[in-house]
Design a protein around this ligand. Structure first.
Ligand SMILES: NC(=O)CC[C@H](N)C(=O)O
Length: 393
């Protein structure tokens, strides 16, 4: 335990004082300096680099792949995105937690999580520069620290996230662990496992029953807002397990979702999609993120590990066909080598920052994908339109 000084700078009202003041019994109504006890833990990188941080989540050691996201908002959505499974997430925005956490249990009329992207926090751990235990938002019901503790996910503040991001940027993939005293843990690589199998639904689920267009959605770790938007666009969504045989299913459109880990490990799914592509079925196929990678691999293209991944909310993407530019939200660590696309396929979107592939299309069949997240929240909604199964251009 280490004592740290906190300056009480936010006074909600002179009567009440701030949340921390109330906790420590400062009822004077005036801000004051006070000391609190924060448990320390270390972030340890695979090269031995150690950084001390202060715990505001669960006090348990954890290992994972270290990644960073440059978004300014959206931590409830990012933390619950199954694509982050196995990862220790660093947020580069320096002040995190000040808008609290919404009711993560609340469901919408479809039975999907209303305010988050899945039922649980999916990241292995969280690292931030400054943590705001004091929160304020019309929709918040608890602090970020409280939520992390409830879900037993460790988190540290006081980490120099700018330095850390430079390390990840320079070294590429970095494995790491958050280690508490007396709880030793080995560093391990989550990408050795087929993580899709861990997060995918075990049984077929139907959303938007009675809607006119039947869409089979392969669940690689789908975000709830994707299902919600497909239903909003008139789809009866049949969410199927990742390894479901697809040829035997009847549908008007096939969708392949986002998901965690290395796409090349999901061999069963790649083979199932390849069979669909080779069958010359006329129904459209669309994929987001992992769905782009799986479609490309099924077509015969190659995937590779990006040097540092693209995770943020302002990634510029160009539609190669129209020249139209989008500001997109995305989070991926793998990419598709556009040059490896076989004859009959073309890149559809390209990242305007680094030239990496952002989606592909078949030249004659209605098959198209996006590496970014066109439906993403929090972030802009201007790319929502591309989930229109009539096509993109
Ligand atoms: N968001 C996603 O679907 C990510 C896909 C894949 N796991 C990657 O990191 O590239």
């Amino acid at each position: 335990m280490t004592k740290i000084l906190l300056a009480c700078s936010v006074v909600k009202s002179l009567r009440q004082g701030c949340v921390v003041c109330r906790k420590v019994g400062n009822t004077s109504g005036w801000p004051r300096l006070f000391s609190v006890k924060a448990q320390t833990a270390h972030l340890v990188l695979e090269d031995g680099t150690r950084m001390k941080g202060f715990s505001f989540g669960h006090s348990g050691s954890v290992a994972g792949e270290l990644v960073f996201n440059t978004g300014l908002v959206g931590y409830p959505e990012a933390l619950t995105d199954p694509s982050y499974r196995g990862q220790i997430l660093t947020l580069t925005y320096p002040i995190v937690g000040n808008y609290g956490v919404p009711n993560t249990q609340e469901l919408d009329e479809l039975g999907l999580r209303k305010h988050v992207e899945s039922a649980n926090i999916q990241v292995s751990g969280l690292l931030v520069q400054d943590y705001s235990n004091e929160y304020s938002h019309w929709n918040s019901v608890k602090s970020l620290g409280q939520w992390l503790q409830e879900e037993k996910v460790p988190a540290l503040f006081g980490i120099d996230t700018r330095m850390l991001t430079k390390i990840i940027r320079d070294k590429g993939t970095v494995l790491a662990k958050i280690e508490f005293d007396g709880q030793p843990i080995e560093i391990s690589d989550p990408n050795q496992k087929n993580l899709i199998a861990e997060v995918s639904t075990k049984e077929i689920k139907v959303f938007g029953k009675g809607n006119p267009i039947k869409v089979v959605a392969v669940d690689c770790g789908v975000k709830h807002n994707i299902i919600r938007l497909l239903v909003k666009q008139g789809a009866e969504v049949h969410l199927v397990p990742w390894d479901q045989d697809l040829l035997s299913l009847d549908y008007d459109g096939l969708f392949i979702s986002n998901g965690p880990g290395d796409p090349s490990l999901a061999e069963t799914l790649i083979n199932n999609v390849r069979k669909v592509l080779e069958s010359d079925r006329p129904q459209p196929v669309f994929g987001i993120c992992m769905g782009n990678q799986i479609t490309a691999l099924a077509a015969g293209a190659k995937s590779y590990k990006l040097p540092m991944g693209n995770r943020g909310q302002n990634q510029p993407v160009l539609n190669v066909m129209t020249g139209q530019a989008f500001i997109t939200a995305q989070n991926h660590g793998y990419g598709i080598d556009s040059k490896s696309l076989p004859a009959g396929w073309s890149p559809l979107f390209v990242n305007a920052n680094d030239g990496t592939n952002e989606g592909i299309m078949h030249n004659t069949k209605p098959v198209f994908t996006a590496q970014f997240h066109p439906e993403a929240k929090g972030g802009p909604t201007d790319t929502e339109v591309i989930k229109d199964f009539d096509g993109v251009a």
